[in-house]
Design a protein around this ligand. Structure first.
Ligand SMILES: Cc1ncc(COP(=O)(O)O)c(C=O)c1O
Length: 392
């Protein structure tokens, strides 16, 4: 028998979103992720909303590696790692990630969401304090909610290094101070002030945690991420978290890269790996290959940087207010959520896929279109996108 109270409530939620023009459309894609995809019932559209920053999601070597993973190891171990063991492909991937970022060790997860849910409750102790940027990703916020209730949490205004310093001064009595930030902020497309963060963490002996999901593959001459953009090496960050679901192949998966001590603690204690299966071998292979492709050919990163510049300059020339930033995320502020969704639908009609974001993904009244750039876009694709924005 259906539960009527629940059925009525769910119906009301959808009805109210529909009435206010805030209902998110969901599209069915009938092709691999690439600059132009086939949308069921709609035809081909140019994609400017994917995290496929390096265009590796359908790279022939990445696909072939995934197929090989399936052949070598089948679908998976049907168990978590501490029960049935770790596949060699997981160790290989984790070594590649650690080498790529310059950390002692790394551990893979089925998503960066899981990695962030592993890090905070496992590594942060009850006597510690955690200082977090107000615009950090939802997975950091939710991960922090899972920490011991005794941990003191303080949120500093977005990228406000003065407020962070004050908080560091006020919290000297805590056992360990943790500063946590996105490298690239996913909705703003701006970059954390890594040089100052590193300086402050050194001065106040605090641990620096950086989720560089949108920085890896995108920033720095070889795509190592936000720290490389500022000429720093990976040793300036105590704990990296990141995703394999964006620039590094785009399938799924995440990781923590840190000291051997931190990784051993996660292996022993972190609930997302103790109670949940490891990455499928297919993804361990394909993401490992994506890192190899990037490492062997940093010119893909240069191509991405050039496309970012062309699109940012082109949008600015057409009257859009794009804050200067080298990242591949370009928010176009709209304000009203229904208006953002309407503008996104208009672009879609013109064959360009750019999504409108509203609450709860961004604060109320700060709805926006988010343009994302890929190295795989040709000059013709870029022209097509800019023409559509000019018409909009
Ligand atoms: C900064 C940041 N961290 C974590 C995630 C979650 O990544 P995943 O899809 O691997 O769970 C995202 C994805 O949107 C993100 O932008």
């Amino acid at each position: 028998m259906p539960n009527t109270a629940f059925a009525n409530r769910s119906h009301e939620v959808i009805e109210s979103l529909t009435d206010s023009g805030q209902l998110k459309p969901f599209y069915n894609i009938a092709s691999p992720m690439r600059p132009v995809v086939e949308i069921e019932g709609k035809g081909e559209v140019l994609v400017l909303c994917s995290n496929n920053y390096l265009g590796l999601a359908d790279h022939p070597q990445v696909i072939e590696a995934g197929v090989q993973g399936l052949r070598d190891y089948g679908a998976g171990t049907a168990s978590v790692r501490f029960i049935c063991g770790t596949l060699k492909c997981h160790r290989d991937l984790e070594e590649k990630i650690a080498n790529f970022l310059g950390t002692e060790s790394a551990l893979s997860y089925v998503s960066c969401w899981n990695a962030n849910e592993a890090v905070f409750p496992t590594l942060v102790g009850p006597e510690d304090v955690i200082l977090s940027d107000e615009l950090n990703h939802a997975s950091i916020i939710d991960g922090m909610r899972l920490m011991s209730k005794k941990v003191t949490k303080k949120v500093y205004k977005h990228s406000d290094m003065q407020q962070l310093e004050t908080l560091l001064q006020e919290t000297q009595s805590h056992a360990v101070r943790w500063v946590v930030t996105d490298g690239v902020f996913s909705m703003e497309g701006d970059i954390a002030n890594m040089p100052r963060l590193v300086e402050l963490c050194k001065e106040y002996n605090a641990m620096l945690v950086v989720d560089d999901s949108h920085g890896v593959g995108v920033l720095g001459p070889t795509g190592r991420g936000t720290h490389e953009h500022f000429g720093l090496d990976g040793s300036c960050v105590d704990v990296f978290t990141g995703t394999l679901g964006k620039a590094l192949g785009g399938a799924a998966g995440g990781y923590v890269a840190a000291s051997q001590n931190a990784i051993s603690a996660l292996e022993q204690k972190a609930r997302p790996s103790l109670f949940s299966n490891a990455l499928p071998a297919t993804v361990a292979y394909s993401a490992g290959k994506a890192i190899e492709v990037l490492d062997n050919d940093p010119s893909i990163v240069a191509r991405l940087h050039s496309n970012v510049k062309k699109i940012r300059d082109g949008l600015a020339e057409r009257g859009f207010d794009c804050t200067p930033s080298p990242t591949a995320i370009i928010p176009i502020m709209i304000g009203d959520e229904a208006e953002a969704i309407k503008k996104s639908a208009k672009l879609f009609e013109m064959g360009v896929m750019v999504i409108g974001f509203g609450f709860p993904v961004v604060p109320k009244g700060e709805a926006r279109l988010r343009v994302q750039v890929s190295a795989a876009l040709s000059d013709d694709h870029i022209q097509q996108a800019l023409d559509a924005f000019a018409k909009l």
